[in-house]
Design a protein around this ligand. Structure first.
Ligand code: ZN
Length: 405
């Protein structure tokens, strides 16, 4: 069956009659999690709410103001999923989420245009395509695509748009000899009825069930973003069409304005400024590391020279790292002083090392580690762990005090 939305992709409202309404549940993805929805499968005499097909995701919309969460194609029927029932035989008003549909039409017709230009001018064939939420891609049967080829394809595709090239749709019988001439990736196994051939006049004929624009001027423009290595020996060409080009441009301008405010200079020098900042940060980090090493040696020496020799010593530093702790332990070089060293965020995650005599380390290490919500094991005279929370490090000191009492 050919649905009303395929005969006229620009219908936004439509009246139809309910053929059947049956209770059902579907599994859908919401906020990245799979959830089960209970509701009703509704089949109508005809529909403008497109079920997914030809790489195009399904439409959303309303049937008598009841939201259509999903439409799927089963054989030649479109099955609408609703959270409330409608009566069989009832006449209903359909409305579609036009913003979503028109975006899908722009991306899908844009894909036909780009694939056809690539095939005609370079002979590379499209093996599949993906209409993504933000960006879409075409998979090409070649290992890479050169920068000048991408520019060339983009220019030619946009010329077809500037020339307001018409797009037509013909419905053919499955045995029509014309179908041997058109581009096709085959029909679904459960296909019945007429076959649709979508033609970009003067460029290509493509067997497709999707909803398309009727003139390429409705695409506004095509932007080819980049080509990336795909599956074995293939390349994925990312693209944006129409409204998505403007949306992306707006996002990029806002980001650029934010950077201009942060860097206090014009966009033309942003890259240079960030490079300079990165270099100077590297130098600062090196200096900080060297100062921390000196400090570790200095503090270790002060500890060694303390009279009488202390039984234990606890130290915490926010900016230091494991290098600082290791240098400190090496410089002290005395297992008789039990060392508890912690580094990291004051009331957040960090690292700990307990160093000293093996019996003290194996006794106190796991207890202190639990206090600081970490995981680690004692190895001889050392217990080292990454910890989640350094807030209770004073309680750890108390544990050590009690141990030596
Ligand atoms: Zn298509």
């Amino acid at each position: 069956m050919v649905f009303a939305c395929q005969r006229n992709s620009f219908l936004k409202e439509f009246e139809s009659t309910v053929e059947s309404c049956k209770e059902n549940s579907i599994v859908t993805v919401f906020n990245g999690k799979k959830i089960k929805l209970n509701g009703y499968d509704v089949i109508l005499q005809d529909t403008i709410i497109f079920p997914e097909g030809g790489g195009q995701p399904c439409d959303f919309g309303f049937i008598n103001d009841i939201r259509v969460e999903n439409v799927r194609r089963v054989g030649d029927k479109a099955v609408h999923f609703l959270d409330k029932p409608v009566k069989e035989g009832q006449s209903v008003l359909l409305k579609i989420d036009w913003d979503r549909r028109f975006d899908h039409m722009q991306q899908h017709s844009g894909q036909h245009l780009i694939s056809a230009v690539i095939d005609r001018d370079f002979g590379y064939s499209t093996t599949s395509w993906w209409l993504g939420q933000d960006i879409s891609h075409i998979e090409l049967d070649i290992p890479n695509l050169k920068e000048e080829e991408i520019l060339n394809i983009e220019n030619v595709a946009n010329e077809f748009i500037r020339n307001s090239t018409p797009v037509t749709v013909a419905e053919c019988d499955t045995n029509d000899p014309i179908l041997k001439e058109v581009r096709s990736r085959g029909l679904p196994d459960d296909h019945t009825g007429k076959v649709r051939v979508v033609t970009i006049v003067g460029l290509e004929d493509d067997m497709c069930c999707g909803t398309h624009v009727n003139n390429l001027s409705q695409l506004q423009m095509v932007k080819l973003v980049k080509a990336e290595k795909g599956k074995k020996g293939k390349v994925n060409l990312e693209f944006l069409v129409g409204g998505r080009v403007i949306k992306q441009l707006n996002t990029m301008y806002q980001r650029e304005q934010y950077l201009t405010n942060l860097l206090k200079n014009s966009p033309s020098v942003h890259a240079d400024l960030v490079e300079k900042l990165q270099k100077s940060l590297k130098v600062s980090n090196k200096s900080l590391q060297s100062v921390l090493k000196d400090l570790a040696s200095y503090e270790a020496k002060a500890l060694i020279n303390t009279v009488p020799k202390p039984k234990y010593f606890c130290s915490y530093r926010q900016d230091a790292d494991s290098d600082f702790m290791n240098i400190f332990i090496k410089e002290v070089g005395d297992e008789d002083i039990l060392l508890l060293l912690t580094v990291g965020e004051d009331k957040g995650p960090g690292q700990m090392i307990l160093h000293g005599k093996a019996d003290a380390v194996s006794h106190l290490g796991p207890q202190i580690c639990d206090l600081l919500e970490g995981k680690g094991v004692a190895k001889g005279n050392r217990f080292q762990a990454k910890v989640k929370n350094l807030t209770r490090r004073d309680n750890a000191t108390k544990l050590i005090e009690e141990y030596f009492e």
